[in-house]
Write a protein that binds this ligand. Sequence first.
Ligand code: RFL
Ligand code: PHB
Length: 394
Amino acid sequence: MASYQTKVGIIGAGPAGLTLALLLKRQGIDCIILENRERTYVESRVRAGLLEQNTVDLLTELGVADRLHREGLPHHGVYLSFNGVRKRVPFTELTDGRCITIYGQQEVVKDLIKANLERGTPIYFEASATTIDGLETDAPVIHFEQQGEVHTVGCAFVAACDGYHGIGRKHLPQGTYNEFRIDYPFSWLGILAHAKPSSDELIYAYHERGFALHSLRSETVSRLYIQVANDDHIDNWSDDQIWDELEIRLSDGNGFTLNRGDIFEKGITPMRSFMIDNMQYRRLFLAGDAAHIVPPTGGKGLNLAVADVTILANALADYYETGQHNRLATYTSDCLRRIWRVQDFSNTMTYLFHKQAEHGSFENQIQQAKFDYIARSTAMATTIAENYVGLKEL
Ligand code: RFL
Ligand code: PHB
């Protein structure tokens, strides 16, 4: 059994844990990262693709964005579509030049792992945190298992960046938080395909057969999603059926053609809004998906994880400089302002573009009215644009 010692013990090598480690290192604060999966697994897990301006700015400032700037695709607008009517929301003119960048989460994770290792932060892979002890003291201890052996990390603070299924949240005492959740009655079937993108910008589409999203990863790889029922299964869909369905839902009555290609990744993801309203207990702090989940319709999960750890790193740096707990004490409330804003935006986009009521019903006509309003009002389009690129400060 090995006993390690550090200032901040970080559980999870996802975007939250890896970014936190770089931010702390920059402030001269030592940390150790524990990750229960293999390095190759976390570097190839296909998830997000949309980075807000704030996220790109932070990664640039941290000196880990060279490849992101070379290979990422800045987008200055987005297409919203309803029953075949397409409207472009231009970010640049509505948000003072801000934009989003398309760059796969697994690429972000590869860049962050490499930078952490180069800067001397230890990352233990296949190291599964099992319990956190001593939370009533000033010296908590994380117990973890690696290759059948139990080890410990003694630390001054624990950052649980261990995702929705992690152990961190389970260590918050009962009664210290409220939990909020919506389980949506639909899921996303997502594919990656060797196909030239059919549009230069993303398309979010409502269709009476359900939602569809056109996204991309590069000039030769498309990322596409369709709304399916929660009890649907990937084996129910042949590749041709997926393409046919995408073609129908993304059509614009204006000659839109969908480029098809070889599908090399596919899966179904449930849609959920989840959060707790307290993200800390004494020396334990939660960040990212460990504390909240947003449905992917707003493209926000990774960005919110990065926003949390920016606040946490600043609070820890302040503590180590001044010995005062003030900024650590307001960590949750400082994070919650952005989390609630993003919960609202992600939920709004979800209800706007998914089929959740009979075509022609009251609810459906309200959706149509909202879309028409975005299409004709600069004020509404600006609201969408500034939330979509991410509010600079909150
Ligand atoms: P992660 O990425 O889940 O990382 C947590 C890490 O903790 C590890 N872990 C443990 N390690 C040690 N011991 C334990 N006991 C552990 N338990 C867990 C896990 O192995 C893992 O490596 O959480 P983090 O860092 O908070 O990052 C959150 C993001 O990954 C997530 O919010 C986004 O992927 C959500 N998301 C999107 N976000 C965006 O910002 N833009 C998007 O365009 C976007 N699209 C998406 C998405 C998520 C999707 N899926 C599959 C859920 C599209 C989809 C389809
Ligand atoms: C993606 O490219 O995977 C993506 C883009 C926008 C979203 C969700 C996912 O809202």
